[in-house]
Design a protein around this ligand. Structure first.
Ligand SMILES: Cc1ncc(COP(=O)(O)O)c(C=O)c1O
Length: 417
């Protein structure tokens, strides 16, 4: 009897994760054939020799003997207490360790928070561009991700008018990512206050993904929406992966603050989800207290002379010097999101561009559409590699673009269209 094909769930249609998608498979295949690929696609600090602080590794090993068993499903007491105190110092209100959940990275909390919230057809406002797990988590939960525009002409701030225009009776909440992946934007207090007002008027639950909060440069101030809107229920997500360079350990959390009277049932739903997955990785929980209190070694990486700071400058300067490439200097995080002038260069599709760049220059980046950003032609570079490698990346890109230049007459005719 011919066996019937086993197909994936239809919920996966429309779910994309380009950061680890076909381009990466192609890069792997090329490497198997002996090519050396410069991978600037994943925000994974240890992969680039940016390692966790010694103190964290010491505490991890010290606690390992006591971390074999399941923990409380919300997370161990000391971790949740430390998280609570962290947000008390940031002026969050109405915190309780009962409303703090520790997860296997922020990723697990994104998925669980959407699964416990959404009914089929419910809408979530998600930024475009976004960190694509948010869109995927909404879709997998039966919801519709409705993308609001972040404006590349306004330092990538969320477009308030667009948010307002996209609210319907089915809108349940809004996702903010600040500091932002992929753009490097840090949302201003004024913008956050406007978003809080929209949430207030439309009964929206705010989810603020702040995983890059401790990676801000140039004295910019990161403001958490949880600290400025005490009258609203707010879910803030954060974790150790990036600031403490422990992406593989999986430690993240979600904290509910503000006026939680109307979201009790939802929090109980999330609690049910947390209980069913028993607990998150316990060794990783044991380093949360050490990590978020006291001295923060990531600060050294973010000032002149520090690796992340210098690498950010190197790639920004390198990209800015290429004719037809424009880009905002990232204020925080690990990513830069440049735009290529498609009138100057014969590039029509960002995925094809990324594939051609990989084939011709052995440079792996993520196309803008991988972040639910539909305008041509943007792409994301991770600036975790050394200054030398990033300089090399910029010159490979320039070399590639040189080969795509449109003749001046074609470019002029496109301009007049
Ligand atoms: C904006 C954002 N949120 C969440 C995550 C997930 O991080 P983790 O699951 O390692 O905590 C990432 C990872 O790159 C991210 O960029």
């Amino acid at each position: 009897m011919a066996s019937k094909e086993i197909r994936r769930s239809q919920r996966l249609s429309g779910v994309e994760y380009e950061i680890r998608g076909p381009l990466v498979e192609e890069a792997n295949r090329m490497e198997m054939q002996g090519n050396q690929i410069m991978r600037l696609n994943i925000g994974n600090p240890p992969q680039y020799g940016i390692n966790p602080p010694d103190e964290i590794m010491h505490d991890l090993i010290y606690n390992l003997h006591n971390s074999q068993g399941y923990s409380e499903s919300k997370g161990i007491f000391s971790a949740r207490k430390a998280i609570m105190q962290y947000y008390q110092l940031k002026n969050f209100t109405n915190l309780s360790i009962e409303d703090i959940f520790v997860g296997n990275g922020v990723s697990e909390m994104i998925i669980m928070s959407m699964q416990s919230l959404l009914n089929d057809g419910d809408e979530m406002l998600v930024p475009s561009p976004d960190y694509p797990l948010w869109t995927a988590a909404v879709t997998l939960s039966g919801g519709n991700a409705v993308h609001y525009i972040c404006d590349d002409q306004a330092d990538w701030m969320p477009d308030i008018a667009d948010i307002k225009a996209k609210i319907t009776p089915r809108t349940r909440g809004i996702v903010l990512i600040t500091p932002n992946n992929p753009t490097g934007a840090v949302y201003s207090r004024a913008v956050l206050e406007e978003i809080a007002e929209i949430a207030r008027q439309n009964n929206l639950l705010i989810f603020s993904d702040e995983i890059y909060e401790r990676l801000v440069m140039d004295n910019y101030q990161h403001v958490s929406i949880g600290s400025i809107a005490p009258d609203l229920p707010i879910a803030t997500l954060n974790g150790l992966s990036k600031s403490h360079r422990v992406t593989g350990l999986r430690a993240g959390w979600i904290v509910f603050s503000g006026d939680k009277r109307h979201i009790r049932d939802y929090i109980e739903g999330l609690n049910l989800m947390a209980s069913m997955r028993l607990c998150s990785n316990v060794p990783a929980q044991s380093i949360i207290q050490t990590s978020i209190g006291g001295y923060q070694s990531v600060d050294e990486l973010l000032i002149p002379g520090g690796r992340i700071y210098e690498q950010r400058n190197a790639i920004y300067n390198g990209l800015s010097s290429i004719p037809g490439v424009s880009v905002m200097k990232p204020k925080a995080g690990l990513y830069i999101f440049p735009k290529i002038d498609t009138q100057k260069y014969a590039i029509t599709d960002d995925k094809q561009f990324a594939m051609d760049l990989l084939h011709k220059e052995r440079l792996l980046v993520v196309p803008g559409s991988g972040f639910n950003w539909q305008k041509q032609c943007y792409f994301r570079i991770v600036y975790l590699a050394s200054v030398k490698e990033l300089d090399e990346a910029a010159s490979r890109l320039q070399h590639f673009l040189h080969g795509c230049e449109r003749s001046s007459t074609v470019a002029a005719s496109l301009e007049t269209k």
